[in-house]
Ligand binder design. Structure first.
Ligand code: PAF
Length: 280
């Protein structure tokens, strides 16, 4: 496993491979990230994982400073996955003095996470476009847990003609349904016990859709009520939106993204399920 710390090192190392699968991450790796690295290696023959806590996707007052980091542990986990290349850039390598160009993904970036976290997706789109340009991967892998991020990145890759296939991996979950996230490390014992309410609310909506419910407001109210019944949970949003455009639906007459964002103390968690009403 080769560790590259500068863009020049990454470019030189990448040139040794033909097909390359790339999993961009912010580190503090869990089984969800390792699944991306594993799939990248299996599908492309060679894999690259980047670890970079991207400051531009955090708003003022968010958790940039306390975002969990453990480089030694991350590198050991990636070595076990037989990862070929790891990119660990410094902030000044990604955003050198005078950096001023950004990627604005447009309307998809303004709803849901984008409404709660202004500027977040410009930060994500900019860093992902830069990383893809630096690494020139054949395929790039992202987790469905960040469903809106997946849509934004697909949009950017399409709009900017980036020569890469974007692959979305299903959400990795703990046994009780909680979506794996580096931020789960922030949860107290009581908050961790309460957090599976996100997935339970999404599953309850899925079950109602299977039973035939198509009224989006009733379904949103149901998710909302389940989450608000959990004393440690503070609801940010519930959404039932078109699975491609993310515009809120009145009726579930097409594939829909059911998504939620909830705070437990200072920790903000998100989760989602794609619903297929026609197959219900
Ligand atoms: O999903 C993440 O970890 C980050 O948003 C990403 C895609 C690595 C960009 O910083």
């Amino acid at each position: 496993m080769q560790i590259c710390r500068t863009v020049a090192e990454l470019r030189a190392a990448r040139a040794r491979f033909g097909a390359l699968g790339f999993a961009p991450t912010m580190g503090y790796l869990h089984e969800g990230h390792l699944g991306l690295a594993r799939r990248a290696k299996a599908e492309c023959g060679a894999s690259l994982v980047s670890i970079f806590v991207n400051p531009t996707q955090f708003s003022a007052g968010e958790d940039l400073e306390r975002y969990p980091r453990d480089e030694t542990r991350d590198l050991a986990l990636l070595a076990e996955e037989k990862t070929d290349l790891v990119f660990l850039p410094h902030v000044s390598d990604i955003y050198p003095e005078g950096f001023s160009s950004t990627v604005d993904p447009g309307p998809l970036a303004h709803v849901l996470e984008g409404a709660s976290r202004p500027g977040h997706f410009v930060g994500v789109a900019t860093v992902v476009a830069k990383l893809l340009n630096m690494a020139q991967p054949t395929k790039a892998y992202f987790g469905q847990k960040d469903a809106q991020q997946c849509l934004v990145i697909r949009r950017v890759a399409r709009d900017l003609d980036l020569p890469v296939e974007i692959v979305i991996q299903p959400t990795a979950r703990d046994g009780d349904g909680l979506a794996l996230s580096s931020r789960n490390a922030y949860l107290s014992k009581a908050e961790r016990a309460a957090a599976p309410v996100l997935f339970r609310a999404l599953q309850a909506v899925q079950a109602r859709v299977v039973e035939g419910e198509r009224d989006a407001d009733r379904l949103r109210q149901m998710m909302q009520a389940m989450i608000m019944a959990e004393p440690l949970a503070e609801l940010d949003y519930v959404s039932l939106a078109d699975a491609e455009t993310l515009s809120e639906l009145a009726r579930l007459d097409r594939p829909a993204l059911a998504s939620v964002a909830v705070r437990f103390g200072a920790t903000r968690l998100i989760d989602n399920l794609v619903l297929q009403p026609s197959a219900a």
